[in-house]
Design a protein around this ligand. Structure first.
Ligand code: NAD
Length: 321
């Protein structure tokens, strides 16, 4: 039986990844600071602990793993990573985890670790025009991410790839672009735009206005979590090390995102534009490289993903009735 280790298994994407690997017949160990908030884990073994601590990190590599997925990070949406209040913690915590995982996995003979980097590594200067953002993988340098979260991701993707060069490993690096779906953070300050908008609309009555940060003309693309997992698993098992974008290339403005969710909810929703943390002006995944290297790229189905997500968040808002 194949074995997989999922670090960050108590989080949003890690929780979905555990389910996928179990469906494939893997023996799965999940590791996190906490249990998953919204679902019982399907992992065969779930270890609670802090990956910043070397001894703990060593202890979870007490057996061989065919695949290791490193998703653990100190992260959140714009309200968490762009205010500046959490910069030191984000950089310290995530870098400490990655330094431990990269070296201990290597020392324990793990050849291939998947690492989830982010679209936040891309230079701010290529994302000033909301109609024409450039997020091709080779546009990452000269580096100028707009957040410390992005700088840490850039450092860590280089770290995993340096292990490949120096020790002949086959680590894989993906740059995720705004992943969304059910069983993710939907309130409390760490939620991302799709979840926040679904929550606000689920709580609103038809005709109400909801608050939108900025003028709502900033563009993004959003990838449904199942497609993210599909891309991650395909990359891990491929011969391509990356870095490669795993994202949707279906670009929308935040205003359009609100309109789609309002339509799904069957509510008339007004927008009240207020100041707030915004991030770059435009961002969209560029998918030629993943298509070329994996012969696959995420299909465009934003609305379908939003329907499933809205249904789940509305159920949360109603208190799981
Ligand atoms: P998440 O916050 O839901 O999951 C991350 C998990 O890591 C959390 O459960 C957290 O408790 C755990 N963790 C944090 N510090 C830890 C520590 N010291 N020891 C053990 N566990 C620890 O985030 P997610 O959305 O599932 O993202 C997974 C990965 O993908 C992260 O690395 C994130 O940076 C990256 N990513 C996500 C997105 C996205 O849109 N969700 C976009 C780009 C990159």
């Amino acid at each position: 039986m194949k074995a997989a280790l999922v670090l960050g298994a108590g989080g949003f994407i890690g929780g979905h990844l555990v389910k996928r690997l179990k469906r494939e017949g893997f023996w799965v160990r999940g590791v996190d600071l906490k249990f998953h908030e919204f679902a019982e884990t399907e992992a065969d073994d779930f270890v609670i602990g802090d990956l910043r601590e070397q001894d703990f990190c060593r202890s979870i590599f007490d057996r061989g793993f065919d695949e290791v997925y490193q998703l653990a990070a100190d992260m959140g949406g714009a309200g968490y990573i762009f205010t500046g209040d959490h910069d030191a913690a984000i950089m310290h915590n995530s870098a400490a985890i990655n330094l431990n995982v990269a070296s201990i996995a290597h020392n324990r003979g793990i050849i291939r670790t998947f690492y989830s980097s982010s679209a936040c590594i891309y230079p701010a200067y290529n994302q000033d025009d909301h109609n024409n953002p450039n997020c091709r993988e080779d546009s990452a340098y000269p580096a100028a991410p707009d957040s410390e979260y992005g700088w840490e991701k850039l450092f860590s993707e280089r770290l995993f790839l340096a292990y490949n060069r120096n020790f002949g490993l086959s680590n894989r690096v993906a740059r995720y672009h705004n992943i969304f779906g059910p069983e993710g953070t939907w309130d409390g300050g760490k939620e991302k735009a799709p979840a926040a908008i679904c929550r606000k609309i689920a709580m609103a009555r038809s005709g109400d206005a909801i608050e939108i940060w900025g003028d709502g003309l900033q563009t993004r693309s959003f990838l449904y979590v199942d497609e993210c997992i599909e891309g991650s698993v395909r990359l891990t098992r491929s011969q391509f090390e990356g870095p490669v974008n795993i994202g949707s290339d279906e670009k929308v403005t935040i205003n359009q995102l609100v309109d789609i969710v309002a339509d799904i909810a069957g509510k008339k929703i007004e927008k009240n534009h207020v100041p707030g943390p915004l991030g770059v002006r435009g961002r969209n995944s560029e998918n030629s490289l993943i298509q070329k290297e994996l012969g696959w790229s995420p299909p465009q189905n934003l609305r379908t993903g939003l329907e499933k997500t809205y249904e789940w968040i509305e159920w949360q808002v109603r208190g799981n009735e």
